[in-house]
Design a protein. Structure first.
Ligand SMILES: Nc1ncnc2c1ncn2[C@@H]1O[C@H](COP(=O)(O)OP(=O)(O)OP(=O)(O)O)[C@@H](O)[C@H]1O
Ligand SMILES: [Mg+2]
Lengths: 259, 508
């Protein structure tokens, strides 16, 4: 479903991602972990097509198409969804209007009729109920004055409503209390289907107790340096990044010697 | 290195280069969409080829007499015009405005243009030139009553004259007078004499004096005591002729305990030369009366290089003459090369209320200097100002407002909020709030913000499948929402479309 090869990304002429390879199949859940500033969000933004993230090398193939050739809104209509680490406020625009516009764009792209106000309301209420999310949020301006936890729940609600094929959750678990964490994790698990792939970026092994990943990758200094199954996350929890950093730097040193 | 790998490498480099070029191009298009709002085609720019009657270019007492003669005006009206003209000659064009334009040659303009008719102006729609009916239909304003929006009566002003007024009879049943200013001068001289110039005197300012001398037509509304006007009244102003100024004059009088909601709309053909529009609007609200005045101003703004467009110099003022009266101005200003207008309220009656809600959008080379004046004279008077300025291209958008509390006005209150939204780096937003408080029991609050449309906001909407163009519209719409809410329903839709803004659904 998603094939990332040798991806290099720069932000304002600083190299951030230095050769990422990642392969994600439908139905899989991948977790990406790594210390602050290692490039996790950069990867998420590059997949979604944010303009300020310059892809200088490599490729991203999504469902057989060159993702880098598409505008961010085209990518979204093709089923790529990102839950933002820092959701953006849009004053004066209600959440439900925003979501209805997005959903109908995606439906149009799929050749479906747009949902009218009533049908949309039904659709969104269903999803909110499924996720145990309060619908009061729908009539408020997008993320304006939302608490940190509300913003994150709103991202999950959006994912549920838009029904993407590939979802990237960038630290959706950060800043959530334990109940909210369960709501978000349950929501993700309900949306876990055999056709949908999910990439979860997180700092906490705790989340992976709820959302059990098929693969875990560790990002260090712009590279995925280690991959494994859920045991890798537990190992990481125990030993911290230092050991991996050490391993990584010794490998790097060896590499440099041989060159 | 073998030949084939070298080739592959070259190929890879070429692909990478191509991608870079593609990306650079993409960036340019994204930037363009931000400005596309202003570059949208001006749909109302056509010209109606119809036989017209003109005054010779230039302005002198003879021209004033000619206009008055053409309108078969009584002596008192001509005298009033001449007084205004003599005053105007002694006045200077204001220079404090934050707009730039080359000096206007008042002698090269025409001050009167009217579609030629055999006789007086038409009495019924059957007698209106079909070309004119077609023109208004093209503008989306059908004049045949059965085709009209239910509940909206229209006065259609074409260059210097009113060509048709609909639903007149129906309104007359309630005692409401809705007719052109010219008709009012003939048929309701006592009301006109009593109220014309009572809010904006003929020597009020340079442009108001000019208007008083040469005003052509406009609407007159009179709502009698205790009557709630059953429909929206609206006037649609159209400038058609070249090098002709439009100087309309509108007067609305709401007697005790009456209510009226009025809307004006305006368009003009596309032309390379600038055209002058200097209107005066006067509102009078007596005891417990309420007037709601809305404007959707869409005069031709000029092309993207700043060529052509209307110079819009307008004096609008309402007087809350009676106790508990209320005057509310709502304006959506998207057109004109230059806008200079400050719809104001004189809060004379105790407990009276003045409101001003404004959205001003400037794109390309447009310049707007607009705002309001709230003059508190009576006790417990209250005013609210909500101004939303949106600037793109290389436009300049200024809010200028005055809140003045007179010595005798006890417990006056004002709340002002002025927000500016910038689309891009080359435009400017400015706020000039003036406050003069002469009574210590008053309470005046002012809030102002300036923000730039965020790349992060646009990307957030993009990421949910929404195109950049729609994203900009949605963000602008959200920004201006508080003002749109104040417009009558039918016009809110039109106004939002005008901004290239999709209508926000009414879910919930
Ligand atoms: N827009 C930007 N401008 C400048 N530097 C940036 C920008 N975005 C990211 N960076 C830099 O790129 C590096 C990687 O950032 P990124 O946000 O991808 O890290 P992260 O792994 O998501 O970290 P965290 O766990 O703290 O969220 C950091 O050094 C960051 O400062
Ligand atoms: Mg991050």
């Amino acid at each position: 479903m998603l094939e990332i090869k040798n991806l290099h990304v720069e932000v304002e002429n600083t190299k951030i991602l230095k050769g990422i390879d990642l392969s994600v199949k439908p139905g899989e859940v991948h977790a990406i972990m790594g210390p602050n500033g290692s490039g996790k969000s950069t990867l998420a933004q590059a997949i979604s097509g944010r303009d300020t993230y310059d892809v200088t090398n490599g490729e991203i193939i999504y469902l057989g198409k060159d993702l880098l050739d598409m505008e961010p809104d085209e990518r979204a209509r093709e089923g790529v969804f990102m839950a933002f680490q820092y959701p953006v406020e849009i004053p004066g625009v209600t959440n439900s209007y925003f979501l209805k516009t997005g959903l109908n764009e995606i439906r149009k792209h799929q050749g479906l009729e747009p949902l009218d106000a009533m049908d949309f309301l039904k659709h969104i209420k269903e999803k909110a109920k499924l996720l145990d999310i309060n619908t009061d949020m729908l009539n408020r301006s997008v993320n304006e004055g939302f608490s940190g936890g509300e913003k994150k729940r709103n991202e999950i609600l959006q994912m549920a409503v838009l029904e993407p094929k590939l979802a990237i959750l960038d630290e959706t678990d950060s800043g959530l209390d334990i109940d909210a964490l369960r709501i978000v994790a349950d929501g993700v698990n309900r949306l876990r289907t055999k056709d949908r792939a999910i990439i979860v970026v997180t700092h906490y092994q705790r989340l992976l107790n709820y959302i059990v990943p098929d693969h875990v990758h560790i990002m260090l200094e712009g590279k995925l340096v280690k991959s494994g199954d859920k045991k890798l996350a537990m190992e990481l929890e125990e030993k911290g990044y230092d050991q991996i950093k050490e391993e990584y730097s010794s490998v790097k040193a060896k590499l440099e010697e041989t060159v | 290195m073998s030949n084939s790998t070298e080739k592959e490498q070259l190929q890879a480099e070429v692909t990478q280069e191509e991608k870079k070029i593609h990306k650079a191009k993409k960036k340019v298009t994204e930037k363009d969409t931000l400005e596309a709002l202003g570059n949208r085609e001006y749909k109302w720019g056509f010209y109606t080829d119809i036989e017209q009657e003109y005054a010779a270019p230039g302005l002198n007492e003879d021209v004033v007499r000619f206009i008055s003669m053409k309108k078969k005006e009584p002596e008192w009206m001509l005298e009033w015009r001449l007084r205004a003209f003599r005053n105007w000659q002694k006045m200077k064009e204001p220079t404090w405005v934050n707009v730039k334009y080359p000096p206007i040659d008042y002698q090269s303009q025409r001050y009167y243009a009217a579609p030629k008719t055999d006789d007086d102006r038409p009495k019924s729609l059957d007698e209106v030139d079909p070309e004119l009916i077609k023109t208004y239909e093209k503008l989306g304003i059908p004049l045949e009553e059965q085709k009209m929006l239910a509940g909206v009566a229209v006065d259609a002003v074409f260059d210097s004259v009113s060509v048709a007024t609909t639903f007149k009879e129906k309104l007359a049943e309630e005692g409401i007078i809705f007719c052109s200013m010219s008709e009012a001068v003939h048929n309701h001289p006592d009301l006109v004499k009593k109220y014309l110039g009572s809010v904006v005197p003929y020597n009020d300012n340079f442009f108001a004096a000019l208007n008083s001398a040469v005003f052509s037509d406009g609407s007159f509304v009179y709502v009698p005591k205790g009557v709630r006007c059953p429909m929206e009244l609206s006037t649609y102003f159209r400038i058609n002729s070249e090098n002709t100024g439009q100087f309309e004059r509108t007067l609305i009088v709401a007697e005790d305990s009456s209510y009226v909601s009025y809307l004006e709309g305006c368009t003009a053909p596309k032309r390379d030369t600038h055209q002058l529009h200097a209107a005066v609007v006067e509102l009078v609200a007596l005891d417990n009366a309420e007037i709601k005045y809305s404007t959707v101003q869409n005069w031709y703004p000029g092309d993207k290089d700043g060529k052509g467009g209307i110079y819009n110099f307008v004096t609008k003022r309402g007087k809350c003459a009676g106790v508990n009266s209320k005057i509310s101005w709502t304006q959506v200003e998207t057109g004109s090369a230059i806008t200079w207008k400050y719809p104001s309220v004189v809060l004379q009656g105790d407990n009276s209320i003045g409101e001003f809600y404004s959205v001003a959008l400037t794109m390309n080379h447009q310049q707007a200097d607009t705002g309001t004046k709230m003059i508190h004279l009576g006790n417990n008077t209250k005013s609210t100002i909500v101004s939303k300025g949106i600037a793109g291209g290389v436009s300049q958008n200024s809010y200028r407002g005055l809140v003045k509390v007179m010595k005798k006005a006890k417990n006056a209150r004002n709340f002002s909020q002025c927000d500016s939204l910038l689309l891009g780096d080359r435009c400017g937003a400015h706020t000039f709030p003036y406050v003069e408080v002469n009574n210590t029991s008053s309470q005046v609050e002012h809030e102002a913000t300036t923000s730039k449309i965020g790349e992060d906001q646009i990307f957030y909407l993009n990421q949910r499948g929404i195109s950049t163009e729609d994203a900009v519209s949605i963000i602008v719409n959200g920004f201006a929402k508080e003002v749109f809410r104040e417009l009558p329903m039918e016009f809110a839709v039109e106004a939002q479309k005008l901004l290239g803004v999709s209508l926000e659904g009414s879910v919930g």
